[in-house]
Design a protein around this ligand. Structure first.
Ligand code: PMP
Length: 359
């Protein structure tokens, strides 16, 4: 007789697995990882020292309330501490938001293709994903997303700029959309790449949340601030959303290393944002060169670019890998390539040119 296995929730059946960007293969002549939208710069000296100092006490639990980080964020963004919540990366906070709003019978709307964690965390909660295709220009179709709202909708993700296409929605269209969404539906503005935005028409979610209690803004230390490995992100929202995030937080989820490194990053912000400026220059160089080569590249406001390659996606990713850069293929759709070290970007550009010429 076969033993019975533990009963698991049916909601978990068929859940897509999160695919992390592949690391660069070891042992090759050059190998750059352009597959996870990471910051190519090593931690700044002050940040490293804070993290190392915190490491001396990792026999202790961290400060559960993240007091110093909350105070620092509150001053930096001009928001009350009560409107802030931290979590294990912004993906951890996103999961708490879904958990707080949505269960079986409920609907979560987001654009598709967008950040691959959205379908996963929605399905885990038992809610149904409503995916609204991007426009032909690879941008969120906010009109269609507002049309998709029903009385079962509990949460809508707006990924701005969008991962993996890099495209951003602008102030007027976002405000129009928010005016149409019922105020009892939570709209999450996922601004993981906020610091890379240069289009002045793209709004800062933190300005928008102030007048809209159904808007929650997600930010992270993983991208511009270069702390992806430490797992710390945060949300800005009014009550009762912020209070729900405090209730659903994993106790001691953000390590002391992460908290102290995040505080030090905020204090070294000028230097960090200088690095972001260099990456933005590189983004422009990459996009302009690709366009000159004849590629169609959607305007990216993030630290990556998107090439819609369709059925040539796998071949292009393989050609990149052969050249020493690992990109992120979405089979049958396209390739996302992070803007990394200048040398890595050069390899990408050279590969793209050769690929176009059919070599
Ligand atoms: N949102 C978006 C749009 C992302 O691309 C990512 C990272 N890939 C995240 C959230 C999560 O980042 P983290 O959990 O590291 O803060």
């Amino acid at each position: 007789m076969t033993e019975k296995t533990p009963k698991l929730r049916d909601a978990l059946n068929g859940i897509p697995t999160y695919k992390p960007g592949r690391p660069a293969a070891a042992g090759g002549p050059v190998a750059f990882k352009l597959s996870s939208n990471e910051n190519p710069y090593p931690p700044l000296p002050g940040v490293m020292e804070s993290a190392l100092a915190a490491a001396a006490s990792f026999n202790r639990y961290p400060d559960m309330a993240c007091t110093r980080l909350m105070t620092e964020l509150s001053e930096r963004f001009g928001v009350p501490v009560e409107h802030l919540a931290t979590g294990t990366g912004s993906v951890g906070v996103a999961q708490q938001l879904v958990q707080s709003t949505s269960g079986p019978g409920d609907e979560v709307i987001y654009a598709w293709r967008s950040f691959e964690a959205y379908p996963i965390i929605t399905q885990i909660s038992g809610a149904r994903s409503v995916q609204v295709p991007l426009t032909a220009g690879e941008v969120h179709d906010l009109e269609a997303m507002a049309d998709a709202v029903t009385d079962r909708t509990r949460l809508i993700f707006v990924c701005n700029p969008n991962n993996p296409t890099g495209t951003a929605v602008r102030r007027a269209e976002l405000e129009r959309f928010l005016d149409r969404v019922p105020t009892d539906v939570l709209v999450v503005l996922d601004e993981a790449y906020r610091e890379f935005i240069r289009d002045p028409e793209v709004p800062d979610g933190i300005e928008i949340y102030r007048n809209r209690p159904n808007v929650c803004v997600l930010r992270t230390f993983s991208k511009a601030y270069g702390l992806a490995g430490l797992r710390v992100g945060f949300a800005v929202a009014q009550d009762p959303v912020a209070a729900a995030l405090r209730k659903t937080a994993v106790p001691f989820g953000v390590s002391q290393l992460a908290q102290d490194a995040a505080v030090a990053s905020l204090r070294s912000e000028d230097e960090l944002l200088g690095r972001v400026g260099s990456l933005v220059c590189e983004r422009k160089r990459v996009a302009v060169t690709l366009a000159e080569q004849g590629w169609t590249v959607p305007d990216s406001q993030a630290n990556f670019i998107w090439l819609r390659l369709g059925d040539r996606t796998a071949d292009f990713a393989a050609a990149c890998e052969k050249a020493g850069v690992v990109v992120r293929p979405f089979p049958g759709e396209g390739v996302r390539a992070t803007i990394g070290e200048t040398e890595a970007n050069d390899l990408l550009l050279r590969t793209a040119e050769e690929f176009r010429r059919g070599r």
